[in-house]
Design a protein around this ligand. Sequence first.
Ligand SMILES: Cc1cc2nc3c(=O)[nH]c(=O)nc-3n(C[C@H](O)[C@H](O)[C@H](O)COP(=O)(O)OP(=O)(O)OC[C@H]3O[C@@H](n4cnc5c(N)ncnc54)[C@H](O)[C@@H]3O)c2cc1C
Length: 284
Amino acid sequence: MSYPTFSFELFPPRTPEAAAKLPNVIGQLAAVRPDYFSVTHGAGGSEQDGTYDTLMTVAEHSGVEVAPHLTCVGSTRMKVAAQLERYRDAGVKRIVALRGDLPATAMSASAPGEFHYASELVNFIRETHGDWFMIEVAAYPEVHPQASSSDADFEHFRRKVEAGADGALTQLFYNADAYFYFAERCDKAGIDIPIVPGIMPITSYSNTLRFCNGCGADLPRWVRMRLEDLQYDKQALVDFGLNAVSRLCETLLRGGAPGLHIYTINQAEPALRLWERVGSMATA
Ligand SMILES: Cc1cc2nc3c(=O)[nH]c(=O)nc-3n(C[C@H](O)[C@H](O)[C@H](O)COP(=O)(O)OP(=O)(O)OC[C@H]3O[C@@H](n4cnc5c(N)ncnc54)[C@H](O)[C@@H]3O)c2cc1C
């Protein structure tokens, strides 16, 4: 795979109506020729079949490469082995390997089940399938919310790379300096896999707050205040969000980020409007 890469993330639709709309969304996104689509996977298995079915829908409606997310929280070696076999049989060559979100009652960062951390899943994939899969892992420029410290989180990221990750996709963030600092830290530590920024378009005040709170991302005060002002003027908010996120992407790409991974939330329009602004830079 050559870099920069750009990719779109989808999730398995949760209702028959959403499933009926998905082929059209995929078709619109595929028209701008992303390098691949990734499809999320419910931790604990809630969306396992949904992930596979969505991958098949993408393959059928786009011909673009697909990358399932695979979470290991609460799972077993046998179950993960069966999922990997199924993906391999379907011709999948790229996996996003994750621990997955812990149940709300969890008391530590260690997941229940036979895998405790994503590094163990990466090890398992390499042990059982060698280099068949290209493995992406998650990276946290603003530090994973359950990490005991920034240093500890960085060491855990390094473990995933040493276990055999080929690349990383970041958690969403709105602060380019956090990304550049993380990239610099990797560089100094001799970690040379591509770290592709995960980008969430802004189209709503409440959703943006919820996403940021959910994953510990810092929403700059000036952005939050402006979104609050504009929350009842949808068009103005969408325009402001597009400008802010386009500027973030331009800064990242100009500063050497090796592509963009766009969280679409299964909506074509915000991702495509962003792509119109920055696509030529991401594929240059
Ligand atoms: C690009 C991307 C895609 C995602 N897709 C999904 C998805 O499809 N489904 C889903 O459920 N979630 C998804 N998530 C969310 C992700 O599952 C959560 O952020 C989860 O809490 C951590 O997953 P991880 O793979 O980063 O875990 P890990 O890398 O295992 O890290 C989890 C925590 O444990 C700590 N840790 C790691 N190793 C050790 C160790 N050996 N000892 C002590 N502590 C350790 C880390 O510092 C961190 O705090 C995604 C996140 C990103 C960034």
